[in-house]
Ligand binder design. Structure first.
Ligand SMILES: [Fe+2]
Length: 183
């Protein structure tokens, strides 16, 4: 059984005891090891969006629902993250900076499916695609206030660095719903 209040309390206790991602990764891994329980606890995804489950200076916990085949451009977080997928799939491309002009190049990839819980270091740059034709659901835990950090995103065509536009990124989720009417 997935108890959201318990999950939030466990994650907060964990970072209080150790500010690294290590114990949070274990908590997220345990949660998504039973995807049906998470679906029962959070409800099955019905539309793309980002639900704040908890947001404080210590942690941010989001229920991220990716629209079918939606892609979000390369960005960094500047705080660690743990991603746990409980339905569908998240394909991550990891990028690294190249010396010239704030640009990046692809450096690796990781495809996350149900039951995967992946830590991302604070300097990671990634882009994310939901490769499947239905909604993907994942719990994202960040080691700080996700909404207060000033960070970067990279134009998906030119790969030039710019300032992360939170409102635009949230709009991408809404646009995914326009393409696919709400259930
Ligand atoms: Fe991200």
């Amino acid at each position: 059984m997935f108890d959201l209040d318990r999950f939030i309390a466990d994650c907060r206790d964990a970072v209080n005891a150790d500010p690294s991602h290590k114990s949070v990764r274990e908590i997220v891994a345990r949660a998504v090891s039973d995807p049906a329980a998470v679906l029962a606890g959070l409800g099955a995804p019905v539309h793309a969006g980002v639900d704040k489950l908890y947001n404080g200076p210590d942690l941010t916990i989001l229920n991220v629902i990716w629209g079918p085949r939606m892609t979000i451009m390369p960005h960094n977080h500047l705080i660690w993250a743990v991603i746990g997928v409980y339905t569908g799939r998240e394909d991550n491309i990891f990028w690294r900076r190249v010396p010239a002009g704030g640009r990046i190049e692809a450096a690796g990839a990781k495809s996350l499916g149900e039951r995967d819980a992946e830590p991302l270091g604070r300097d990671i740059i990634h882009s994310v695609t939901n490769p499947v034709s239905r909604l993907t659901g994942a719990i994202h835990v960040y080691g700080g206030d996700f909404f207060a950090v000033s960070r970067s995103e990279w134009d998906p065509e030119t790969l030039a660095e710019g300032r992360y536009d939170l409102a635009k990124n949230m709009r991408l989720f809404e646009e995914a719903n326009t393409a696919r009417p709400r259930a």
